[in-house]
Design a protein around this ligand. Structure first.
Ligand code: MG
Length: 263
């Protein structure tokens, strides 16, 4: 083969392989003005290997608790770690909470967590299996023994505490492990501290949707209407000590790129 023919053949092969990329170049532009419908040049999503079974951490997760250590957390008094299970300990000082705080800070995040409320049951209403996940140490998704436990609706398990009851009550009985899968979007503040967009939370309790991209009202507070105070783009996740021996296992997060409103 003469050299010029060989080069031409190579060029043809290259053109052919480019044309063979799956997709279309004669389709209309999408509203974002960047890509065509079925654009062959649009980047592929990063590969993430899912956990071996549902609930297991995927390959890109930040594991906060896998049953072996509390290295990812800090607290005034140590929480109890026994048999791979983490439990809120009795209070060292009566009336003083001992929350567990992640060492790492997060903004927008996907979280998986499993919890178990005490059995036999202790106490009633808000004193029965109470804990909570406080995103950015401010915004609580409630943990409670919500199984046949009368309490105010905006304080039961799956609630955005003090604001929105869960869409349904998907609680398991006390003593059984339950799962939370949550997408939290942090609030956005302007440079002058004015709220640009609220926090949003999507919550699955035991695989059942209980909050559907629900806007949050502000920093969680008891017996008052929550309001926002401006803060930074990342802060720790906090597990609440509400003087109930609630247990935890399998806690992981995936920090997320910008909120849907930014895309
Ligand atoms: Mg709580």
């Amino acid at each position: 083969m003469r050299m010029c023919t060989f080069v031409a053949a190579l060029a043809l092969a290259g053109a052919a392989s480019a044309q063979e990329k799956p997709g279309f170049r004669d389709t209309p532009m999408l509203p974002d003005g960047t890509w065509r419908v079925h654009d062959p040049d649009r980047p592929y999503p990063a590969v993430v290997t899912p956990g071996a079974k549902p609930g297991d951490a995927p390959s890109d997760a930040t594991v906060l608790f896998d049953g072996t250590s509390l290295d990812a957390w800090t607290s005034a008094q140590p929480w109890k770690l026994q048999g791979g299970v983490l439990t809120v300990p009795p209070r060292a000082v009566k009336g003083v909470g001992n929350d567990l705080v992640s060492r790492q800070s997060f903004g927008d995040v996907q979280l998986h967590l499993e919890f178990r409320t005490p059995s036999p049951v202790q106490h009633s209403s808000q004193d029965r299996g109470n804990s909570g996940i406080w995103f950015m140490q401010r915004y609580e998704v409630q943990i409670l023994d919500g199984y046949q436990n009368p309490t105010y609706a905006d304080g039961t398990v799956g609630a955005v505490y003090g604001w929105k009851p869960p869409l349904v009550n998907a609680a398991r009985p006390p003593g059984e492990w339950q799962s939370y899968d949550i997408v939290f979007e942090r609030p956005r503040f302007a440079a002058d501290g004015k709220l640009e967009s609220p926090a949003y939370v999507t919550v699955f309790l035991n695989g059942v949707l209980v909050q559907n991209r629900q806007a949050m009202l502000g920093t969680t507070i008891w017996r008052k209407v929550a309001t926002y105070q401006p803060h930074g783009d990342a802060a720790p996740i906090q597990l609440q000590d509400h003087d109930s021996p609630v247990s935890f296992r399998n806690i992981w997060v995936r920090p997320l790129a910008g909120a849907p409103s930014e895309k």
